[in-house]
Ligand binder design. Structure first.
Ligand code: NAG
Ligand code: NAG
Length: 547
């Protein structure tokens, strides 16, 4: 061990770690991560968030809230006779947040984006679909740029159906599928195909409604066989969208509790490992609310305790069955995010009630980390708390440097700063324990990589590390960033790549040759964050484009 590492280890074990100092700037110990306040106000509440490949985050809420706290660029105003709150509105309802500079600028949306969905095309352009009122059939695109010139471009009437609370998934051929939404028991594609119907019926969505719906924002994951896993309420199917055929009906999640909006749990596809052949796919769903919870809040004002349970289903098994586990904290409206070390973060949400206006209380400020590779009962760890409640209409996304960007929370029908859970316009970052300085000696730093990764083709990455252990503790993985809204990160997926060679270059510098994903069903084309992991400690991510 060199002297520097020795002192770092000495420091972290002998000297007690600082406790909650600097007004929450650095709360609790490294073992539970730390919170950092980024912006007191970005002018809007972060209801929807997407990280783009230039490390800027598109954030938006809705246009019919009335005024936001940020003016439109260039003193523009929006004239919208159909707006329910404000016909002439000179405030912005979308911003672009620059992660590196920690700054933001207003963007212009013309029509209502409330409770909509999105996905990023293989070329890096964000496609946002639907919303409410005058915006429910609009597609909006945002193409990232290096200066301040880019803004939303709106394409009216591009959707064949109204899409409000729908879910999107990028497909292996680069199209986007848009599934469901309120009163929509069907799906469609962007771009729309020629010579084919524009809408495809999906009776499964009709069959999973209950008296309060509980099947909105269905959880959709692209499976390794190219079919789509779709989970709504308590049930799950595998859909062949090419032929509009349900290939398989999975057993309902054990316990019979609803998991989708407004009983919002969350879901991820666990990391796909190219080193295991055939590749296994597992879906994890956590949290939600018991049956009838939403109706009890809105009809009787009774707040029901949220669920503690998670269900894990190995969908590639021939007869899969749900394995149930218990989170250490109950949670509804938790966001689930894949972290670069393969763990799953569950963050934001509440302990009582459901999603919806004024429908929850008792915020859960402590994130939980789930370690899928550990044995059952040793998978969860409780992390240090945020200073802010992040309930209905909050969001969280992974950033390239491994932090988690957290914003929003607005359980009110308009902006209300004078309530028990006020409208929150701030941004915070949560740093998971792997970012702790005690891991610096073993943290890899990527110094070079190929910009483009081909399917099944070699890809080289060069990194430095102070203390190299062995190739056995090295891995290379890619993560597709999520479009997050309403406690669900659409399109996120992680692939652990095969490595074909590791060789030392100069002092402390190593070359790794990884192999691009085996197929577009494993990782659809587009921009991914690539991380090198050494002894479980991730590097900062760099952007690679898979073609
Ligand atoms: C937003 O603007 C309103 C009205 O000007 C003000 O009362 C409120 O404090 C502002 N909120 C934040 C978080 O900046
Ligand atoms: C990506 O493709 C879309 C749809 O064809 C197009 O509108 C957009 O400009 C393209 N973006 C880039 C960065 O070329």
């Amino acid at each position: 061990m060199n002297m520097r590492a020795f002192f770092i280890v000495l420091f972290s074990f002998i000297i007690p770690l600082p406790q909650a100092t600097c007004e929450g700037m650095f709360a609790a110990s490294a073992g539970q991560g730390s919170w950092h306040f980024l912006q007191q106000s970005i002018g809007i509440s972060a209801m929807h968030m997407q990280l783009l490949h230039n490390d800027k985050v598109v954030i938006y809420d809705r246009t019919d809230f009335g005024s936001s706290n940020i003016s439109l660029p260039g003193c523009h105003c929006r004239h919208d006779p159909g707006d329910m709150a404000l016909r002439v509105d000179c405030t912005a309802h979308s911003v672009l947040y620059d992660v590196v500079a920690n700054s933001f600028r207003p963007l212009m949306v013309h029509t209502d984006t409330w409770c909509s969905s999105g996905a990023v095309l293989p070329n890096g352009t964000l496609v946002q679909t639907g919303g409410f009122n005058d915006g429910d059939r609009v597609v909006r695109t945002f193409t990232p740029c290096e200066d301040d010139s880019c803004d939303w471009v709106e394409h009216p009437n591009l959707l064949s159906e109204r899409r409000w609370y729908a879910s999107n998934q990028i497909l292996p051929d680069g199209r986007i599928i848009i599934i469901g939404g309120r009163n929509q028991y069907n799906y469609e594609f962007y771009p729309r195909g020629y010579n084919s119907p524009s809408t495809f019926r999906l009776d499964f969505l009709f069959g999973t409604r209950d008296d309060v719906e509980d099947n909105l924002y269905p959880f959709v994951h692209l499976l390794t066989d190219g079919n789509l896993f779709i989970f709504a309420n308590t049930r799950a199917i595998s859909l062949d969208y090419h032929t509009n055929r349900i290939v398989k009906e999975f057993p309902p999640i054990a316990g019979g509790d609803p998991r989708n909006y407004p009983s919002s749990g969350s879901s991820v596809l666990l990391p796909l490992d190219e080193n295991k052949g055939p590749i296994q796919a597992e879906v994890l769903i956590c949290g939600g609310a018991p049956p009838g919870a939403f109706a009890r809040v809105v009809r009787n004002g009774i707040f029901t305790r949220a669920l503690a349970s998670c269900g894990r289903l190995r969908v590639t098994d021939s007869n899969p069955s749900w394995v149930m586990e218990s989170m250490p904290l109950t949670r509804v409206m938790g966001d689930m995010l894949l972290l670069p070390n393969g763990d799953v973060m569950i963050i934001n949400g509440a302990d009582m009630g459901t999603a919806g206006w004024e429908s929850a209380r008792s915020p859960v400020t402590r994130p939980v980390i789930y370690r899928p590779i550990n044995v059952n009962n040793e998978r969860f760890a409780v992390m240090s708390p945020s200073s802010r409640p992040r309930m209905y209409h909050s969001a969280a996304i992974l950033l390239a440097d491994g932090r988690v960007l957290v914003g929003g929370s607005n359980p009110h029908i308009g902006y209300n700063f004078d309530a028990e859970f006020p409208t929150d316009l701030s941004l915070e970052a949560y740093s998971p324990p792997y970012l702790s300085t005690e891991y610096e000696p073993v943290r890899p730093r990527i110094v070079h990589s190929d910009p483009v990764m081909g399917y099944g083709l070699p890809f080289s990455v060069t990194f430095t590390v102070q203390q190299y252990l062995t190739a056995a503790v090295l891995s290379v993985n890619i993560i597709a960033p999520s479009f997050t809204t309403h406690s669900y990160g659409m399109n996120q997926r992680m692939v652990i790549l095969r490595m074909s060679d590791v060789s030392p270059a100069t002092h402390n510098t190593y070359n790794v040759v990884a192999v691009g994903p085996s197929a577009a069903e494993i990782a659809p084309p587009g921009y991914y964050l690539l991380f090198v992991l050494h002894a479980g400690v991730p590097s900062s991510g760099i952007w690679v484009r898979i073609k």
